[in-house]
Design a protein around this ligand. Structure first.
Ligand SMILES: Cc1cn([C@H]2C[C@H](O)[C@@H](COP(=O)(O)OP(=O)(O)OP(=O)(O)O)O2)c(=O)[nH]c1=O
Length: 194
């Protein structure tokens, strides 16, 4: 059985992988998340998940560990083909929340699993419908501190969940790691390695 390793600093991803019942170790790769010229949102999120997984695998090998399966994941918020990143300041967060207010957007999460003989990935896209937000609600949400470090300036697992009228797709993928697809990917790779 290959040792499973999660390449992530995100406590949400650690909790979701633990929810699947796996024992795993952690490695924290430092990846440049800047989009490349001409890259689509889907290409970006898959590339970043793959880079986290493959860099994590290389770090494990450098530490002397062999036979690892290393999981990397990335989540982005997309509206009208545009990636809405982590806000640089209050104005940017409020502009993002205004764009999301009363409308639909997509949350794309890619999960990649790297082994010595290759890397497999899955891309999960979830539709999220926000209710209409008032300026006062958006300002109060910014003041809560929650949007500051979040892609799309919200977290569905926190106060931001109060703005979500409906989702179509995977809740766990919006939080950061799609449970079903991650389990399937791990089972498939473990069967291949056995
Ligand atoms: C839409 C949404 C985004 N987010 C945010 C938090 C992060 O800013 C973003 C995911 O960013 P990522 O770059 O995918 O992950 P991370 O930097 O948190 O962790 P690591 O790269 O080490 O694995 O998603 C939520 O937490 N909940 C949500 O509902």
């Amino acid at each position: 059985m290959h040792a499973l390793c999660l390449a992530s600093s995100s406590p949400r991803r650690q909790a979701l992988l633990a929810q699947l019942g796996y024992q795993f170790e952690l490695v924290i790769p430092d990846i440049d998340e800047t989009p490349r010229a001409g890259e689509t949102p889907a290409q970006l999120v898959v590339r970043l998940a793959q880079e986290k997984a493959s860099t994590g695998l290389a770090m494990r090998q450098k530490q002397g560990h062999q036979g690892n399966l290393v999981l990397g994941s990335d989540t982005i918020v997309v509206q009208d083909g545009r990636v809405l990143g982590k806000p640089a300041n209050r104005d940017e967060a409020l502009a993002t929340l205004r764009a999301l207010s009363g409308r639909e957007h997509q949350v794309m999460t890619a999960v990649a699993l790297a082994a010595e003989d290759g890397c497999e990935h899955r891309l999960i896209t979830t539709q999220v419908q926000f209710c209409a937000l008032t300026e006062a609600q958006m300002a109060a949400y910014w003041d809560s501190g929650e949007p500051a470090d979040k892609a799309g300036s919200y977290g569905i697992q926190g106060l931001g969940g109060n703005f979500v009228r409906a989702i179509q797709g995977s809740y766990s993928a919006v939080v950061g790691l799609p449970l079903v697809e991650t389990r399937e990917l791990i089972e498939q790779m473990q069967a291949k390695q056995a």
